[in-house]
Write a protein that binds this ligand. Structure first.
Ligand SMILES: [Zn+2]
Length: 239
C-alpha cells in the first residue's frame, strides 16, 4: 500500500494506519452507478477501499450530468459502470475496481453480492432496496441505504439483526409515483458522502448512527433512532 497517498487520512486518529490497512482488505459493492452511486464510487476509490464493484445496466444520459460525478459529455450513451471502471482505475491503480453492466434481479443478486463486506445503495427503487435488505439479512451483510428526493436526502447504515432494517422503516420513506424524481443537483454528492462515511465506519466495526435526514434547502439535519420492529416481516424475532 502506498502510505504517502493516504498520509493526511491516516493522521486522523479515528482511522490511523491500522484502519487504512483494514479498508485496503475490504470489498464494497455499489448497486447503482448514477446520482448516488457515481459519487460513492469516486469517494471510496480515493479513500482506498481495496475492492469496489459497481453494478448498473444503465447508460449515461445528459440528464444525469447535473447530479453525478466522474461522467462527462463525451460519455453520453456509454455504459455508466464501464465509464466508472475506466476512469476510477486511473484515479487509484492499486485497487480492484470492476464495473458490472447488469440489472440486479431476484435471480442474480446473491451471486453478485456474495463476497461483499458492505453493500452501498445507489438505486432509486424501493423494490430493489427491499431485495438488497432481504439478501443482507439472509447472509449477514451490512448495507447502507440512501435516498434523495427534491431537497431532502436520507441515509441509514444497517447491521442485519442488530439494527432496524429497511423493512422496519419503509413506512417512513417517502414514495413517489413520478417517473422522474426531482433532485437538487448537489444533494446526491452530500448524501453519498454521508453514506460513504457510514459504510467506512461499518467496515471498521463502528455502530451505525441511525436514520439521518438532511434537508439542503432548509439546512436542517436530523438523526432518528428507530428501534427494530420485533414484528418486522424481514428481521423481526416475533414475525
Ligand atoms: Zn426489520
Amino acid at each position: 500500500m502506498n502510505i504517502d497517498r493516504y498520509r493526511r487520512q491516516t493522521l486522523v486518529k479515528e482511522l490511523g494506519q491500522k484502519g487504512q490497512e483494514i479498508l485496503a482488505k475490504k470489498h464494497a459493492i455499489i448497486i447503482g452507478g448514477g446520482g448516488l452511486g457515481s459519487h460513492s464510487a469516486n469517494l471510496l476509490t480515493r479513500i482506498g477501499i481495496g475492492r469496489i464493484d459497481i453494478i448498473d445496466d444503465d447508460i449515461v444520459d445528459i440528464t444525469n450530468l447535473h447530479r453525478t460525478s466522474v461522467f462527462s459529455e463525451q460519455d453520453i450513451g456509454k455504459s455508466k459502470t464501464l465509464i466508472l471502471e475506466e476512469k476510477l482505475r486511473d484515479v487509484n491503480t492499486k485497487l480492484l475496481i470492476k464495473g458490472i453492466n447488469q440489472k440486479v434481479t431476484v435471480e442474480n443478486i446473491w451471486p453478485l453480492v456474495q463476497y461483499a463486506d458492505v453493500i452501498i445503495d445507489g438505486t432509486d427503487s424501493i423494490p430493489l432496496r427491499l431485495l438488497i435488505n432481504e439478501v443482507s439479512i439472509q447472509h449477514n451483510i451490512p448495507w447502507v441505504y440512501a435516498g434523495v428526493y427534491e431537497t431532502v436526502g436520507m441515509v441509514m447504515g444497517i447491521l442485519p439483526k442488530k439494527t432496524s432494517c429497511f423493512q422496519c422503516i419503509t413506512q417512513d420513506i417517502p414514495k413517489s409515483e413520478l417517473q422522474e424524481i426531482p433532485v437538487f443537483g448537489s444533494l446526491p454528492a452530500t448524501i453519498a458522502a454521508i453514506q460513504c462515511n457510514e459504510a467506512i465506519k461499518l467496515l471498521l466495526g463502528k455502530q451505525p448512527a441511525g436514520l439521518l435526514i438532511y434537508d439542503v434547502w432548509n439546512q436542517c439535519f436530523d438523526i432518528m433512532n428507530i428501534k427494530r420492529n420485533p414484528y418486522c416481516p424481514m428481521c423481526g424475532n416475533k414475525k
